[in-house]
Design a protein around this ligand. Structure first.
Ligand SMILES: [Fe+2]
Length: 304
């Protein structure tokens, strides 16, 4: 029997992964062991603290369901999601900036006609969104599926409501770009909202005196065949939390002015019932491939 000192222990665990057939998996596991062991050494982690961490991670897993992803939320609030985003998108070449997927991409994005009101049943200030998808040279891309989702007037996503199972999606849809790369739809102006605080991640945020708020935004997933899937948000300029997003997801280029309008007619020629808002944003995608993220509980697909 061998008794290791703590440095030898680290070396032994790293060595134990030597036979991992996949070299990338071997590298990731060995680096993980190094970082974890360094953390324990650096912090002189007590048994009680180790037990607290295990309990926290256990509760995080137990909170996950097909439509609730507490681990993504944990990754988001620790800045890991944005760091993964950053190391994978170092060179944008003029492509639209990316940001976190977030925990509310649950699928159920049905192809919806342009101009539809995706929040027809919700109260709130009305907003017309007009957008276009082009390549880096400005060439419009036709037939591109674009998934859209945002929170309601109370700051909740449809999937957080008990009614989701019976009523289906709201403020969530897929539009397919026309021959000129354009699409447009109606909805409500989204509001800032707290991440869920009824689980271990939200509780950790509150216990550490961080605020749980995300600035108002609309999520977009632009998935053009032959181009990198673009996962991003468009943020509403002027939001109170624009500089302190709890998941660190804001980038200047993704902030859009949402104009207040009183024109009696909206850009698609249909009458406005009253004052409305206009959000205009263009997406530029770069050539490449890769799978778009899978909605929770499903497998990734090129058409997701
Ligand atoms: Fe969101």
């Amino acid at each position: 029997m061998t008794q290791f000192n703590d440095t030898e222990l680290t070396a032994a665990v790293i060595k134990s992964f030597e036979q991992t057939p996949n070299s990338r998996a071997r590298f990731l596991l060995q680096e993980l062991v190094k970082s974890l062991h360094d953390y324990v050494r650096k912090t002189d982690l007590s048994f009680e603290e180790w037990d607290t961490a295990i309990g926290f991670l256990t509760r995080t897993g137990q909170k996950c369901t097909d439509i609730r992803q507490e681990f993504i939320l944990l990754s988001d609030v620790l800045g890991v999601s944005m760091l993964v985003d950053a190391v994978n998108h170092r060179d944008r070449d003029g492509a639209t900036e990316t940001t976190v997927l977030g925990p509310f991409y649950v699928g159920e994005h049905k192809v919806t006609p342009h101009g539809s009101d995706i929040s027809a049943d919700l109260s709130g200030e009305r907003m017309f969104v007009q957008s276009r998808v082009t390549d880096l040279g400005g060439k419009p891309l036709a037939g591109v599926p674009v998934d859209v989702w945002h929170a309601d007037q109370d700051g909740f996503y449809d999937s957080q409501r008990p009614s989701y199972a019976t009523d289906g999606p709201s403020s969530r849809a897929r539009f397919v770009t026309d021959a000129d790369g354009r699409f447009h739809f109606r909805t409500i102006v989204p509001c800032s909202y707290p991440i869920p605080t009824d689980g271990p991640v939200g509780q950790m945020i509150m216990q550490t005196n961080r605020h749980p708020m995300r600035p108002a935004h609309v999520h977009f997933l632009v998935n053009a065949r032959g181009y990198e899937p673009l996962i991003t948000h468009v943020f509403v300029e002027g939001d109170k939390y624009i500089d302190s997003d709890v998941v660190f997801g804001v980038k200047d280029e993704l902030i859009a002015r949402v104009e207040k309008r009183t024109d009696p007619v909206m850009p698609d020629g249909k009458p406005a019932d009253g004052p409305w808002h206009l959000m205009t944003y263009e997406f530029h995608v770069k050539p490449g491939g890769g799978l778009a993220p899978a909605p929770l509980g499903t497998k990734a697909t090129e058409d997701a």
